[in-house]
Write a protein that binds this ligand. Structure first.
Ligand code: 3PY
Ligand code: MG
Length: 251
């Protein structure tokens, strides 16, 4: 059996621990990959990255781990260009209804499942692997939808029934904001909604993951059944390291 791609690994396990890259320096992807993260999510939604950054960061990560890309919105132009960089997953934020989930499938999957274009780009080895990629991408490239709004929690049963959704990523921060509790991710109401999403994904057999800022919470989420995690963000990891390095000067 050849090397499994990110989408296959979501189902095969073990849980994938990744982090978020928001900084346009290839060294960041290399350092995080070398440090042992299982995957990196390159973020086009928040921060200042552009398409050339995504491709270069994915190239820098490649010797160590696969990369996924989060697009700013469920839009065919964003999804098509993001996947052309060769990333193995696309993460679509704010998928709040079955109709929106069907749109994500339409844009992220090649025909006959969807209408994503097949082009000469890094994803197809600049044309050298176009037949192979074109045949396999609908299975090997993961479409992960974000459940991060109270409306999405309400519509979750219908969203999970949409064929072509490979995984669900819970966004606790946006979820907390949508509940009128911005940033209060530990609030019991937010935790209750998170638990409901996890329970329904588990019952349906849909791989699910969540963002966690701290390792203890990440460990707990894996015990609760997460197939993948995003633990920390590059800038926060840097700040944490800097604060730890300067700790001795205090007091
Ligand atoms: C959120 O918490 O809203 C996220 O999208 C985490 O990346
Ligand atoms: Mg979010």
């Amino acid at each position: 059996m050849g090397k499994l791609r990110l989408n296959e690994r979501l189902r095969a396990g073990p849980p994938l621990v990744g982090t978020i890259v928001t900084t346009p320096a290839t060294e960041v992807a290399e350092v995080l990959g070398e440090a042992g993260y299982d995957w990196l999510m390159i973020d086009l939604e928040h921060g200042c990255l552009g398409f050339p950054d995504v491709q270069r960061l994915a190239q820098a990560a490649a010797p160590y781990c696969p990369a996924g890309v989060r697009v700013p919105a469920c839009d065919p132009a964003w999804i098509k260009k993001a996947l052309d960089t060769g990333c193995e997953a696309v993460i679509v934020p704010q998928v709040n209804s079955a109709a929106e989930a069907r749109r994500a499938v339409e844009f992220a999957k090649l025909p006959p499942m969807g209408s994503r274009g097949l082009g000469i780009s890094r994803s197809t080895g600049f044309g050298s692997k176009i037949e192979d990629y074109g045949t396999k991408a609908n299975n090997t490239v993961a479409l992960i939808v974000q459940i991060e709004h109270r409306t999405a929690v309400r519509n979750l049963d219908a969203i999970l029934k949409v064929e072509g959704i490979d995984g669900v990523f819970i966004g606790p921060y946006d979820l907390s904001a949508s509940m009128g509790l911005p940033g209060q991710v530990s609030h019991p109401k937010v935790q209750k909604a998170v638990a409901e999403v996890m329970r329904k994904c588990k019952a349906r057999g849909t791989p699910f993951g969540i963002f966690a800022m701290e390792a203890t919470l990440a460990k707990q989420r894996i015990e609760e059944g997460c197939a993948f995690l995003l633990l920390g963000i590059d800038t926060c990891l840097l700040r944490k390291g800097a604060l730890a390095a300067l700790e001795w000067r205090k007091g």
